[in-house]
Design a protein around this ligand. Structure first.
Ligand code: SIN
Length: 327
């Protein structure tokens, strides 16, 4: 009789599953401030995931390079030290050269064109292009079009000559300054403010929300509204972690991520307008608008960079991206 009771208890426990199983801890590491499109998206993902999977999932968000700098996060992900990140698209060159298409200067006319390309079959295929390297893209997140900033006004391409700029870890971005007669140094995002403040570099490029939230405008008296390229993100996870999750949990997390990204994309549009205005209102930095003639000079000077990377990126991919401007 005692044996039957024991068997019944064990059976009930087996059917109910492990009591008080430890929640799955998801570390989400990023490098920007919390009041940015990426910062707000990450916090929204945490809120949605924990609300919908109470006790099953805990999301720990680490902003401002607190856990990993942007040059380390993908390695850390492959080692299982972090589960989700959203590096800028310029930081994936080592894993897939096709993503360099997003860095080509003056390729996309605006963020809407970038969005259309990301949603195209080619854009969606890129989310899956690093699976053999152990990474899965969960979606694209916008930040915005980039502006160039410096200690002296940059009105025409010749103004870049002899100046040193910080860029992300992308050879395309190095080439875009070299073709103008400047130099470029690849440095982590966390070092940019100090490099500018100490005048170790003359300038940089970033969208409005990064320039505002990291106070670059306080140490860059001139910002030229070039809109010469895009800074967007791929939300990425480790294939081992993601595919190892129970199906129901993965499905719920995937839904939460889609909603968080949609929210982050709305924030990106609003924040670009607000942060640009806040920089102008601060009076710390002059925002230079280009005339159509000046802008044409920048386009002519920088477009030859495309040819340098055409073989690695693929001519078809560049054409598909270009076509998104006219859809
Ligand atoms: C980011 O927005 O995640 C950082 C961009 C940069 O490194 O300039």
């Amino acid at each position: 009789m005692r044996n039957w009771a024991l068997i019944a208890t064990l059976l009930a426990a087996f059917i109910a599953g492990p009591a008080n199983a430890d929640p799955i801890v998801i570390k989400f590491s990023h490098v920007v401030a919390e009041n940015t499109p990426k910062g707000k998206m990450a916090n929204r993902f945490k809120q949605l995931a924990e609300e919908r999977l109470p006790g099953k999932v805990v999301v720990e968000v680490y902003p401002n390079s607190q856990l990993f700098g942007d040059n380390k996060v993908l390695e850390a992900m492959l080692l299982g030290d972090v589960q989700i990140g959203a590096p800028s698209l310029s930081k994936f060159s080592r894993y897939t050269p096709a993503l360099d298409v997003f860095d080509l200067p003056f390729l996309f006319k605006d963020l809407a064109a970038v969005d259309r390309f990301q949603k195209s079959p080619e854009g969606q295929a890129m989310l899956d292009s690093m699976r053999d390297k152990g990474l899965i893209g969960l979606g694209y997140l916008h930040n915005g079009m980039k502006q160039m900033s410096a200690y002296s006004p940059l009105r025409v391409p010749a103004d870049v000559k002899g100046k040193k700029f910080r860029v992300q870890t992308s050879d395309v971005l190095v080439a875009q300054f070299e073709i103008l007669g400047g130099t470029a140094v690849k440095k982590p995002f966390s070092e940019v403010f100090t490099l500018l403040q100490t005048k170790a570099i003359d300038g940089t490029e970033n969208p409005w929300s990064n320039t505002f939230s990291k106070k670059f405008f306080e140490v860059q008296p001139y910002i030229t509204e070039t809109d010469h390229g895009v800074l967007d993100y791929m939300v990425v996870t480790s294939a081992e972690f993601w595919l190892g999750l129970p199906d129901d949990i993965r499905a719920e997390l995937s839904k939460a991520m889609d909603e968080a990204v949609a929210y982050g994309n709305e924030v990106a549009l609003e924040q670009a307008v607000q942060d640009r205005q806040a920089i102008i209102d601060s009076g710390r930095s002059e925002v230079i608008a280009l005339t159509p003639e000046e802008r044409a000079q920048w386009v002519d000077a920088m477009r030859p960079v495309w040819a340098q990377f055409e073989a690695a990126i693929g001519k078809d991919m560049i054409e598909k991206a270009l076509a998104a401007n006219n859809e």
